[in-house]
Structures are given as C-alpha cells and as structure tokens.
Design a protein around this ligand. Structure first.
Ligand SMILES: [Ca+2]
Ligand SMILES: [Ca+2]
Ligand SMILES: [Ca+2]
Length: 274
C-alpha cells in the first residue's frame, strides 16, 4: 500500500464522524456505488465544530484490519495524500490449520475456509498454493474441546515444536494484504506466541487458562510472491489455528462539507483498489 506523503492530524482512535464516514465508505465498497454520499446526523453540528470549514479533509484508513472491516477505520488528514496506488489484487484466502483426516471447518463470517493439513508447500488443487517448508502433518491437532469457539480454533498445527521451526507460506500476487492470524490451543497454554507474517510481528502474547487463543492483525506487503508465516525470535511452542488474508484497499474522502444550518453532510469519497 502506498500512502504517499501527508501530514497526519495525530489523534488516537477515530471520532464519531470518522466512524460514520467509514461506515458509509464500507457501504460504498460493498455496493460499488458512486462515490458521493450524504450523511445525516443529529450530532453533526457538534462534531463539525472540530473541523475548519476552509480546509479539505481526507479520510485515510487506519492500520487495524478489523477496524477496517467494520468500516470504522479512518484518520482525518488535512493534506492530500496524493495518488494512492491501487492494491491491484483481489486475492483473498482463509485457511484453517488442521489434521489431514478432518473436514474443512466450513464458512465463518462469510469466509470459506480451506484446509491446511500440514502438507509440504504446493498446489492444493483448490485454486490456492500453500503449505509448509517440511511435511508438518504429524504435528496437526484436533482437540475436540468444548472450550473451542469453533472448529477453526479447535484445530491447529505447530509452527514450532521442540527445537524445530516451521514456516508456512501461501502464493499471493504481489501487493498489500490485511492479515488476521489466530494462534492457540484448547488444551495447553505452555506457549509464547510470537508469530510473524511477512516479517511483521502479528501475534504476540502468552496464553492463559482464561485466554487460550491470541490473535493479531497486520498490514503486510508481499513482494516475493509468497506471504510467509513464521516464528519471531521470542516465540516458544507456537501453534497456529487459522489465517485470514484480505486484499488491501484504500479509501479516501476527498472532501467533507456541510451547509450552514443543515444537518446534511456530504462526503466526496474515492475507493481505490476494489
Ligand atoms: Ca474438533
Ligand atoms: Ca484450525
Ligand atoms: Ca514472503
């Protein structure tokens, strides 16, 4: 993802206005509608007091993938970020780590999960090419635990075991991706989960009795043809449950305007990379 040059208005999180704008953006992204939208808000007057009417504001995505997916991902910027390169890829994949004998876990959150049963990297015959640097099938587990939220969490494979370090990769078009990775084990908490996705630390934490699964998200750019998952230096006995890979997209508000005395706010929006 190319963010260009810009001056950020540094504020943590996002405002209610940004939230609304982002929800509209999400609707546009989903519906493919023309990039001109009108928002209504009783709070708009109060919110608008935060903004200078003489300034054009640009809304650019925040870095959190789930915030993005919820449509609540935005930061207001006052300098045009310039041309933002389209992500250029609609590649999306959802892979569940599991034993060879187990069926794929199915569909969750409208995503169909493909199974990874620990096989060597290769064409899986499902339109995707992925796998491990070694045959890792013997290390896969199916806990059949009542504490697992669903089968994605219940099944896993080791990315580390004893002194062995394993690497998992999937072929993707060059580009930027938003990745969610879930690690954990229904039965054991003797791990330190520090897992990199394309050298970006994505999962980082220690499981507890009450919190057996850890997840993280990262925005990563792949230039070598394979999105790579491996252990970070502090990890021990790391295991992975499933991974969600989404294409990057950019959204921008070109301007936010409101007529005096009106509760109607107009956002001129551009969605790139869909
Ligand atoms: Ca199971
Ligand atoms: Ca799994
Ligand atoms: Ca890679």
């Amino acid at each position: 993802m190319q963010n260009g040059r810009r001056t950020r208005v540094s504020r943590p999180g996002f405002s209610f206005l940004e939230l609304q704008v982002a929800f509209v953006l999400l609707s546009i992204a989903l519906a493919g509608l023309a990039p001109l939208v009108v928002m209504q808000s009783r709070q708009v007057k109060r919110l608008e007091s935060r903004f200078n009417h003489q300034t054009t504001y640009h809304l650019t995505p925040s870095t959190n993938v789930w915030a993005r997916k919820l449509g609540a991902a935005a930061m207001i910027e006052t300098e045009d970020p310039g041309t933002i390169e389209a992500a250029g890829s609609a590649f999306e994949a959802h892979v569940n780590f599991q034993r060879p004998a187990d069926p794929a876990p199915g569909t969750f959150d409208e995503a169909d999960y493909e199974p990874d049963a620990g096989a060597l990297f290769g064409d899986r015959g499902n339109g995707l090419t992925y796998g491990w640097n070694v045959d890792n099938s013997a290390n896969a587990e199916n806990r059949n635990s009542g504490s697992s939220p669903d089968e994605r969490y219940d099944t896993l494979n080791h990315i580390q075991q004893d002194a062995n370090e394993f690497t998992w990769e999937i072929t993707v078009p060059s580009g930027t991706y938003y990745v969610r990775l879930v690690a954990g084990d229904a039965d054991y908490i003797n791990s330190v989960y520090q897992i990199n996705v394309e050298n970006v630390l994505t999962v980082d934490g220690v499981p507890t009795d009450g919190n057996r699964w850890l997840e993280g998200t990262a925005t990563v750019t792949v230039t070598d043809g394979r999105l790579t998952v491996d252990s970070a230096p502090g990890a021990s006995n790391s295991k992975i449950c499933f991974i969600d890979i989404y294409p990057a997209y950019e959204v921008r508000i070109l301007s936010v305007d409101r007529s005096p005395g009106s509760e109607e706010m107009t956002a001129n929006v551009e969605v790139i990379g869909q």
